[in-house]
Design a protein around this ligand. Structure first.
Ligand code: NOJ
Length: 536
């Protein structure tokens, strides 16, 4: 594959880093992270870690029923996080360092405190009534259909004053906008323009597959494969989402969103999407006219098995349209930490190598570069509505604990007790300690990101899986213009001898276990849970 003369976009060659602002750095001593805190850590992001773009989860005014995904004003900053002037400073500080800034766009629902919903709810005659999805009760007074909410309970709440139900597939405080109303579309596209004018380089778009619902709001069918043991209130988990997700008409809206992004140069649209491959791939648009990066969460849900990971990557590569650029995500603020999910620190190191050497844009979740594991959240400290409603084992708080900067009290995150407890290992697992340790997971991330930055093959080269000849090994080659990088990842807890076809002698450029600089040959021994990147 030759790339000579082919221009690539920053969102193709770069590494994205997700910041959960509440948990990154508190600058004003209220126990909650803020925008000024992120500015304080900008050198860490750019110089220490070396990422290319940051994505900020919501920092907009919000009653925090869903920790900022319930937005009361799309065009402002919650005082808890700062103000617009601080946001402008953040963008300037990022851009000065060559870092791109991606913000969260939550188009499917607002907060029930948003002025639009307050007006909509005021009366059936309100000019904004149709901005949300209101329906009469069934004759017996029950909700208009059987849909359940992601966080438990029905997806409808009755407004007694006006006698109608409104739709919310998350908490009742998150009423859903009616994107079939052109005024809503106009207002929401203007939100994108507002932030692009302030300099943001792109958007991560929350649950975009939900924007349009079935025109008749038909009942969802039961899910024959629903897991056993769901709590009684998990109506959502017992249904297929046939009429509430990924409706064909959504693509017209995504094209309008993309046209709006294209009013400004080189902005990126990243979508949170969950459908199976055939449904998911449609979000690139038939002509590449929808999202540049529909988030690919497939590896996140797989067991720690080389064969499963490879099958997923191969299937993705095969499904992509010629203009479709891949991307990979191993964790985010909604999932347990992968150091816990994949089995431990050794697995987390191999996972980091996988994420940062596959073909496609990697998104790194804050704290994963330290190998952060799930936080232990005492039941009375659970805050996430998913955990509160569906049980402690479902709480997403475990992946939202404060960033661990150093061994000071509260891990250097805050001067007071933070909104969620700092993970108990912070005295040893923190940025300052890991920077001093050549074998730390942070050192590994820094090396992987630096090597990726210096390698066209890793940034834009082709991907081809290699037959390693032993179970439990995922090996592949990345190649461009004569430059080749081979990755060999041992998912086994035992050492393995691999024989890589067509591989002469090479040099190990990154190793999860300190073998950089060694010469590697076609017959290669990999230690338990060892990953190697080799140049040929
Ligand atoms: C997806 C977000 O990632 C999640 O945190 C949020 O709760 C829901 N969408 C609702 O906005």
């Amino acid at each position: 594959m030759s790339t000579e003369g082919k221009p690539y976009h920053w969102w193709q060659t770069g590494v994205v880093y997700q910041i959960y602002p509440r948990s990154f750095q508190d600058s004003n001593g209220d126990g909650i992270g803020d925008l000024a805190g992120i500015i304080l850590r900008m050198d860490y992001l750019k110089d220490t870690l070396g990422v290319d773009a940051i994505w900020l989860s919501p920092f907009y005014p919000s009653p925090m029923a869903d920790f900022g995904y319930d937005i009361a004003d799309y065009c402002d900053v919650d005082p808890m996080f700062g103000d617009l002037a601080t946001f402008d400073r953040l963008v300037a500080e990022a851009h000065r360092r060559g870092l791109k800034v991606i913000v969260d766009y939550v188009p499917n629902h607002t907060s029930d405190q948003h002025a639009w919903f307050v007006e909509s709810r005021a009366s059936r005659q309100s000019p904004k009534r149709d901005w949300y999805i209101w329906r009469d009760p069934k004759p017996d007074g029950s909700p208009p259909n059987n849909w359940g909410g992601f966080f438990g309970g029905p997806a409808w709440t009755l407004d007694p004053a006006t006698g109608q139900y409104y739709l919310h597939q998350f908490v009742p405080e998150q009423p859903e906008l009616n994107w079939r109303n052109p005024d809503v579309v106009r207002a929401m596209l203007d939100v994108l323009r507002f932030w692009m004018r302030r300099g943001v380089d792109g958007f991560r778009m929350d649950v975009v597959g939900l924007l349009i619902k079935d025109a008749e709001l038909r009942d969802n069918p039961p899910n024959p494969n629903a897991p056993a043991g769901l709590p009684p209130n998990d109506i959502f988990g017992r249904q297929l989402h046939t009429y509430s997700e990924d409706q064909d008409e959504v693509h017209d809206l995504i094209r309008q969103i993309r046209c709006t992004l294209d009013e400004f140069p080189d902005r990126v649209g990243i979508g949170e999407l969950w459908g199976d491959l055939p449904r998911w791939v449609k979000y690139y648009g038939e002509h590449g006219d929808e999202l540049q990066l529909p988030f690919n969460f497939r590896l996140m849900h797989l067991p720690w098995k080389a064969e499963a990971m490879q099958a997923s990557v191969d299937a993705l590569e095969a499904a992509l349209p010629p203009f479709g650029w891949p991307n990979y995500v191993l964790s985010n603020h909604d999932q347990p930490r992968f150091a816990s999910r994949y089995g431990g620190q050794a697995q987390a190191r191999v996972a980091a190598m996988l994420l940062l050497s596959l073909r496609g844009t990697p998104t790194v979740y804050y704290g994963d570069e330290l190998g952060l594991e799930n936080g232990l959240i005492p039941p009375h400290k659970i805050q996430d509505p998913q955990g509160v409603n569906l049980g402690a084992h479902r709480t997403r708080d475990v992946a939202r604990t404060p960033m661990q900067w150093d061994a000071r009290p509260q891990a250097g995150f805050s001067s007071v007790e933070p909104w969620l407890p700092v993970t108990s290992d912070f005295e040893v697992r923190n940025v300052a300690a890991q920077l001093q340790d050549p074998s730390s997971v942070l050192t590994l991330y820094r090396r992987l990101i630096a090597v990726r930055r210096g390698s066209r093959a890793l940034q834009v080269g082709s991907y081809r899986a290699l037959e390693a000849g032993v179970p439990g090994v995922f090996a592949f080659v990345r190649e461009v213009d004569g430059e080749r990088v081979v990755a060999a990842l041992n998912f086994n807890a035992e050492p393995v001898q691999v024989a890589l076809p067509g591989f002469g002698a090479g040099q190990i450029v990154v190793s999860t276990s300190g073998r950089e600089g060694e010469v590697a040959t076609a017959d290669l021994t990999l230690a338990p849970h060892e990953g190697l990147l080799m140049t040929l």
